[in-house]
Structures are given as C-alpha cells and as structure tokens.
Ligand binder design. Sequence first.
Ligand SMILES: Nc1ncnc2c1ncn2[C@@H]1O[C@@H]2COP(=O)(O)O[C@H]2[C@H]1O
Ligand SMILES: [Fe+2]
Length: 276
Amino acid sequence: MRTTFLHHSDKLPVRFIQVTDPHLFADKKAELLGINTFDSFKAVLSEIQQTPFTFEFVLATGDLTQDNNPEGYRYFSEEISQLQKPVFWIPGNHDYQPHMVETLNRYPEFISPLKHIIVNNNWQILMLDSQVLNVPHGYLNQYQLDWLIAKIEQYPDLYTLVVLHHHIAPTRSAWLDQHNLRNTSEFLSCLQQHCHIKAIISGHIHQEMDTLWNNYRILTTPSTCIQFKSDSYHFNLDILPPGWREFELYPDGSLITQVKRLKHNLFVPDFNISGY
Ligand SMILES: Nc1ncnc2c1ncn2[C@@H]1O[C@@H]2COP(=O)(O)O[C@H]2[C@H]1O
Ligand SMILES: [Fe+2]
C-alpha cells in the first residue's frame, strides 16, 4: 500500500496553501459566535481562486467541522474540491474521525488520506494527529512520535515541514495556552534528531504567528471563520478577517510564507458571546 504522496513539479518554487479551522456545521446557516462558518469558508476559497498565487496542493489542518456530523465533512469536501488540487488533512480537537475519514475518503479525486508528502525529492511534509478525543488540548501518542522519528531517519537529507493541529509555542493568551500540545518536550526530542526541520505548522489558535521556539520556526494561520485576539488573558475575539497561508518551497531549503486575509471583511463576530 502506498503511504507517501510523491509530488513532482516543474515549477520553482513549489507553492502550496494552508486552510484551517473552518468549523463547518451540518446546517449551512449555522453560526459560530455570530459568523456563518460555511459562508466565510466559501468566501476564503473564492478569494484563493482569484489570487495569482499558483499553488499546487492544499493542507487542511483540522477543526474542519464543529458539530460531530458527517454533513460538515461533505460540505468541506465539495467546496475544497473546487480548487481542483490535491488536499491533505489532519484532525483537530473538534473533529470526529469516524465521520471525517469516511466522508473525506469519498472524494479520492482530490482529497488524499496520506500523511507523508515528498516534494521534488528535496522536501517532505509530515502530517501528525495530535487529537485527544473530546478535549481541546493536544497530545502526540507513541505511534505519532515513532512515525515522526521513522520519517526523519528515513529521509535525513530532505528539508522537512512538520504539521499538527495544536500549537506548541506559547501565545501569551492563558485561556488558549491551556489547550496547547501537552507533550512538547517529547516532540522536541524527536525533532532534535534531524537538522533540516524548516518549520512547524499549526492551526488551532485562530491567529497568525511566525516565531521561534527552541530555534524552530513556528507558523500558525488564521481560521477561515472566527479570529481570537492575541495577547489576551481571557477569551477574546478579534475583528480581523478570515484568512489562509501561502508557502513557497525552494530547492535550497528556503521557505517563504505569508498570511492572506479576505480583502473586505463581511464576517464580524458577536463580541458578547464569551466562548463555545
Ligand atoms: N471561554 C473559553 N475559555 C476557554 N476555552 C474555550 C472558551 N471558549 C471556547 N474554548 C475552547 O478553546 C478552543 C480553542 O479553539 P478551538 O477552535 O479548538 O475550540 C475552542 C474551545 O474548545
Ligand atoms: Fe478551531
């Protein structure tokens, strides 16, 4: 059985995008804190299709749905398939993997179940599952850690991106940091067996970060729906528009990345609601 997606491209740099935390409901009219998550997801995809950034694949980094219902995964699949590019996904804390796996696997033309991507024989992307069922924080179990080490050891010459839903670096928002990845020191000791880790990419915190953690570059990305306010001790929403992240991979190991957001923000949350 094939476990690695081999992506060959004539284009330099190789471009891809990340979308994260769409929180879709079974009901297309449902709102999360005053934002219709289906509409905001569609608006993000529509703007992605209009940009001149010629990406070749998509990473979807969890919390694809909000209400444990297969319909949300169907809407995700139908909409993301319109990009007509390979899509790779990992679960977030809100996902329900039995529905997720079954539904996403019905769209094999574009949606891949594979978690290991090799790009032009000089980069690899490792997609980890950090979900702990029914709790907001994350944890990498022994299988995930062993798999990470195995891929790192198997491909020591490849520039590597590690992708997981939960955040590792503190956000300076106490309410959010209680929901972080719990076994960061185990994760760190796996990473330290490789010298080519170029970035660790997450979703979960519904805000942009580009920072260093133990000398590793940490990248996080706005949700396609609600945004959390940075540096806030208590739960707090932000007025910033929904967004996504663009990546460019160069054969010498350079990585260029930037966050993009909707140009016109029609998605303003209800600031009177203090959680979900
Ligand atoms: N007021 C709150 N205080 C603490 N955690 C919250 C609050 N509201 C929501 N959460 C949880 O924090 C999580 C952060 O992002 P998620 O999208 O995973 O989903 C959120 C909820 O599970
Ligand atoms: Fe989320």
